[in-house]
Design a protein around this ligand. Structure first.
Ligand SMILES: Cc1cc2nc3c(=O)[nH]c(=O)nc-3n(C[C@H](O)[C@H](O)[C@H](O)COP(=O)(O)O)c2cc1C
Length: 174
């Protein structure tokens, strides 16, 4: 068999190569929240996707070590709050980069509730209030499937709101 003229991509890339490749892929940034007997909790996440519109369904992949994951599973509810371009600091807080935990992460902003009681950021691009309907472990993460039972956010007063994205390990507004 003839050798390929150009080097072929590696079939099983190293984790670092995978992460570098994925770092070039722009993604929206969200804060995923929940509420339970212990109060409110949440984390920054970009591994979020739409699954179906019949019924409206979304997914989020959360590291099994995340403290918020355990709380979502015990409450059975979560809200995906998609961030505006100006919300870098909020993303940093919920990514544990400011040394602020639990209820204190919510201190700087206005949060409401929709159907499930999970915290809804008033001035999000959009907020998807979900009931947890399935969970699947894959490698280091758990994929949470949520049926969307409420929609909110939309609170921005900006005429042309921007979205927060993460690309090449930096936040950008687009
Ligand atoms: C831009 C960005 C995106 C992230 N996306 C995810 C994600 O999709 N899933 C996840 O489990 N962690 C993600 N993280 C990391 C969590 O936000 C971080 O581990 C956080 O500390 C978890 O908090 P907790 O342990 O209080 O739940 C992301 C962090 C950043 C900065």
């Amino acid at each position: 068999m003839t050798e390929p003229v150009f080097p072929m991509p590696r079939a099983t890339p190293e984790a670092t190569l995978f992460r570098d490749a994925m770092a070039g892929v722009a993604s929206a940034v969200h804060v995923v929240t929940t509420i339970g007997p212990q109060g409110r909790a949440g984390l920054t996440a970009n591994a979020v996707a739409s699954v179906s519109d019949a019924p409206p369904t979304v997914l989020v992949c959360i590291a099994r070590l995340s403290r918020t994951l355990a709380l979502i599973e015990s409450s059975g509810v979560f809200c995906i709050n998609t961030l505006l371009g100006e919300d870098v600091e909020l993303a940093e807080i919920f990514a544990s980069r400011r040394g602020i935990d639990g209820e204190a992460r919510f201190a700087t902003r206005d949060w409401r509730q929709l159907t499930t009681g999970a915290p809804v950021l008033s001035d999000a691009v959009a907020a998807f209030d979900c009931r947890l309907v399935a969970a699947h472990d894959v490698a280091t993460h758990r994929i949470l499937i949520g049926e969307v039972v409420g929609l909110g956010g939309f609170g921005t007063k900006t005429a042309e709101p921007t979205s927060l994205i993460y690309r090449r390990r930096h936040f950008e507004a687009v």
